[in-house]
Design a binder for this molecule. Structure first.
Ligand code: ZN
Length: 126
């Protein structure tokens, strides 16, 4: 599956709402995605994103970690006690403009600092 094949599948699966933020797509590597419908930015594996229903993005439900494991299930199955909310690009950019460090942003947004550092790298800030 190359990038254009993957994007075609992704567009079909999500009506074009979900886009990868990474410039290069390797289906085995975790990619950061943004969903235009619910505004979430989340990690997912490309082959999960267009895979089985339970592996796909559900609006409002973030993928929690770099392994593409969903922390919260829509049906309440496998509920994680520790909620890890994801942040939107807009929230992130606002904090960057206000000169917060990745660590401060992670603390403020209650997200894994790795995610914030990922954004910084993605935006070319570090
Ligand atoms: Zn969504």
């Amino acid at each position: 599956m190359n990038r254009s094949e993957f994007e075609a599948k992704l567009n079909k699966a999500y009506d074009g709402a979900v886009r990868p933020l990474n410039s290069s797509i390797n289906q085995r590597a975790t990619v950061c995605f943004k969903c235009e419908k619910c505004g979430l930015v989340f990690f997912g594996k490309p082959f999960h994103m267009v895979g089985k229903d339970h592996q796909r993005h559900v609006c409002g439900v973030p993928y929690g970690d770099k392994n593409g494991e969903r922390l919260q299930h829509a049906g309440g199955r496998r509920k994680s006690k520790k909620k890890e909310p994801s942040i939107t690009i807009d929230q992130f950019k606002k904090l960057v403009w206000e000169d917060y460090t990745p660590q401060q942003i992670a603390q403020k947004m209650q997200v894994n600092p790795k995610i914030v550092i990922y954004y910084f790298k993605h935006e070319g800030l570090i």
